[in-house]
Ligand binder design. Structure first.
Ligand code: HDD
Length: 721
């Protein structure tokens, strides 16, 4: 039995306490929860073989009772999540800006546990919902736990935490019938949004491709609020936090997202798990935008307003370190489910600002853990433990693990020698930034928060043509699902404050004129606080567009971990398969052989080729690109196979790379792709055959996969698939 741990030993620097139990399979006997060896766990205790079960059966009762209580309440938001362990390393000391210990020494690896999530859906909902993604990092630093609880979008829907319950009630399934699950396309969400113009910037993000990540490994993260860095001299800089994925930022198409949800609702979770299992560890650079205290009022937006970002063109992102996720959790419940994040888990050197959304969050997170994890002792759950030793006078409560020794549980004391002592700042004690506050007590919002549209406009204007058309389609979809026409009209009216072009296009798709925006627009704060029309602000500010806001500008230099489908059948050219597979795998991609049936197929020379998936278990939406190897018989078989033809059409529709070796190109003739290829350059982008390849087929295919998508193919009509 594990020795109980006295208070002074809770947590230890090597994180042994986070180590899982030994895996079962090393010869142990089954026991009850009290350690009693069990000799039959298959039959309950009965009055005779055919008799009634006896109440006396404590083994049965213990097992069923435990089972009955296996679930805890799911998170009210961010219920569906996936997480991984890893480490963080700073590139060089940030002492000039912050005294945070984990940002000083490049040789120190700080352990992290990072959880990604969707917001609206329940625990069992699909990964590919159109939604914001949570991006929470727990740094287990020597100075205590630091949690950066952010999202994959840099702004938020509301400016004040007091509106958070309203926002979430509106987006969650409607209360009378619990429909729809994990979707914002319904009346209550858009009713709330259309009455909350401050949400318009975030709506642009949520309707953009950012809400449909290709992988959790391929999305940015943001701390959202403005925080403070404080250095050893007590000097403060405002700071915005960023996570930049080394694989670039990539997304899927909406049609694809919906299909993935049906084919594999664990798509993101599995992708993260498999990448780590195969050693392709996800990596993000940690970035900061630093603004000196004295520049607080230099910008045309308020740094405390969480619906605003600081354009990277105004304050560049300094990349200061790297996070690597290199270990999957051992137990989903114990780690991913029980981890408790809190924006108020700080370390010396990092502090809050008065952002009213952040201030409200500081209450919510402990409060929610009390009902979710059931006890004020949730910090003792292994995944939540600090690696710095915990000493204080907090005592008792449900499920207390620590066995506190001695009679002292108060301060000041002499009975415990005065311990635990307070730590001065020089001894690593946390001291809040001494911000001067000299103010009236008011329930109000600052006028400096009243520009609701200029950054929404900046975002829309900064998108590529394809990204803009995705936003238009997303809004047509979402508003098209509404049952109440008045909500749709109010919404399209507000969109005209963001961009006339956007409003007009959305309205066209919905078959309606663009209504005038409602007056007053601002239902929340009274007529005297009506927002100003800021549509021309970005231009006035000399920042028409921000390149960093468009994922068209992301890095596209790698095919690492990309999933490539090889469409094969009996008679496939074995050499064609082998050569392309070797070339792709050498670049870090993963190849799956797909055929009309499972097991093995025969290549043209009679050799066995192992099939990874049949057309029944595979689907084009689960892949990044398609290769059609040469082979007379196989190409003929696939050409007459509806699933294979559909596979290619759908790959084309979703703008992915397609390569055909030799007579593999004959399969294309059976698809819509053949007609498209005759159209123009845009329509044939990313479709490569041995005849059209400029370099070698493999080289061109690799370059095409790295491009991720050829959205220009969408300009003309999409192919049916
Ligand atoms: Fe929150 C969870 C991110 C505003 C109240 N939030 C939660 C998680 C993330 C965020 C990533 C999941 C943590 C995990 O993986 O366990 N939340 C944000 C961001 C916000 C934000 C980036 C705005 C910038 N949140 C916000 C407000 C409130 C909350 C304004 C309440 C006033 N959030 C919660 C919560 C949750 C939570 C109810 C649910 C589960 C949990 O905390 O542990 O307390």
């Amino acid at each position: 039995m594990k020795k109980s741990t006295p208070s002074t030993e809770v947590g230890n620097k090597k994180m042994d306490d986070l180590a899982p139990d030994k895996e079962i399979g090393t010869g142990e006997f089954m026991t009850t929860d009290q350690g009693l060896k069990i000799n039959d766990d298959t039959n309950s205790l009965k009055a005779g073989e055919r008799g009634a079960t006896l109440l006396e059966d404590f083994i049965l009762r213990e097992k069923i009772t435990h089972f009955d209580h296996e679930r805890i309440p799911e998170r009210i938001v961010h219920a569906r999540g996936s997480a991984a362990h890893g480490y963080f390393q700073v590139y060089e000391s940030m002492a000039k800006y912050t005294k945070a210990g984990f940002l000083q020494d490049p040789s120190v690896k700080t352990p992290v546990f990072t959880r990604f999530s969707t917001v609206a859906g329940s625990r069992g909902s699909t990964d590919l919902a159109r939604d914001v993604r949570g991006f929470s990092v727990k740094f287990y630093t020597e100075e205590g736990n630091y949690d950066l609880v952010g999202n994959n979008m840099p702004v938020f829907f509301i400016q004040d935490a007091i509106k958070f319950p309203d926002l979430i009630h509106a987006v969650k399934p409607e209360p009378h019938n619990e429909i729809p699950q994990a979707a914002s396309a319904h009346d209550t969400f858009w009713d709330f949004i259309s009455l909350t113009p401050e949400s318009m910037h975030m709506i642009m993000w949520a309707m953009s491709d950012r809400a449909l990540p290709r992988s959790l490994r391929m999305m940015e993260g943001f701390g959202v609020h403005t925080f403070r860095f404080i250095n050893a001299e007590g000097k403060s800089h405002f700071v915005k936090f960023h996570w930049k994925p080394l694989l670039g930022v990539h997304s899927v198409a909406w049609d694809e997202a919906q299909k993935i949800s049906g084919k594999n609702s664990d798509f993101h979770r599995q992708d993260l798990w498999e990448a780590i299992e195969t050693g392709a560890f996800p990596e993000w650079e940690f970035g900061v935008q630093l603004i000196p205290e004295e520049d607080e009022h230099k910008y045309p937006f308020d740094l405390l307003d969480p619906t605003k970002l600081v354009p990277e063109e105004l304050v560049p992102v300094m990349r200061i370190g790297k996070m690597v996720l290199d270990r999957n959790p051992d137990n989903f419940f114990a780690e991913t489910e029980q981890v408790a994040f809190h924006p108020g888990h700080l370390v010396p050197g990092i502090d809050f600002t008065n952002d009213p959304l952040l201030q409200g969050r500081l209450f919510s997170y402990t409060d929610t853990q009390l009902s979710r994890l059931g006890s004020p002792n949730f910090h003792e759950i292994p995944i939540n433990r600090s690696i710095n030793t915990v000493h204080n006078n907090q005592r008792d409560g449900h499920m207390r693990q620590q066995i506190n020794v001695g009679k002292t549980s108060y301060h000041p004391n002499t009975t415990g020698g005065g311990c635990p002592f307070h730590a001065k700042a020089a001894e690593g004690g946390f001291t809040s930034f001494e911000e001067r506050i000299d103010s009236r007590k008011v329930r109000a919002r600052s006028k400096s928060f009243m520009d609701f549209f200029s950054q929404a406009t900046l975002f829309f204007n900064s998108q590529s043509e394809a990204e803009q058309s995705h936003i238009v389609d997303a809004l047509r979809f979402e508003l098209g699902k509404l049952e109440t026409p008045a909500i749709r009209e109010r919404m399209v009216g507000i969109l005209s404050k963001v961009s006339d072009v956007l409003a007009k296009k959305v309205a066209e798709g919905l078959g309606m004129p663009v209504p005038k925006p409602e007056e007053p627009l601002n239902h929340n704060y009274g007529a005297d606080a009506n927002p100003v029309d800021y549509q021309d602000q970005p231009k006035k500010q000399g920042l028409d567009k921000s390149a960093a806001l468009s994922i068209a500008n992301t890095v596209k230099d790698s095919i690492k971990t990309r999933q490539i489908a090889f469409l094969t059948a009996d008679g496939v050219d074995g050499e064609s398969v082998k050569a392309m597979k070797a070339a792709l795998v050498a670049e870090g991609a993963q190849v799956k052989i797909i055929a009309p049936h499972g097991g093995f197929i025969k290549d043209a020379k009679g050799g066995d080729v192992k099939v990874d998936m049949s057309f029944l278990t595979a689907a084009s939406v689960l892949f990044d690109a398609v290769f059609i190897p040469a082979g007379d018989k196989s190409v003929a078989a696939l050409s007459g196979n509806a699933d294979a033809v559909h596979f290619v059409n759908e790959t084309y529709r979703h703008c992915k790379a397609i390569a055909a070796d030799g007579n593999g190109a004959d399969l294309l003739k059976e698809t819509y792709v053949a007609a498209k290829l005759k159209q123009d350059k845009d329509a044939s982008a990313g479709v490569i055959s041995s005849d059209t390849a400029k370099g070698s087929l493999a080289k061109d295919f690799i370059a095409a996969i790295a491009q991720h998508r050829f959205w220009e193919r969408e300009k003309k009509d999409k192919v049916p698939a």
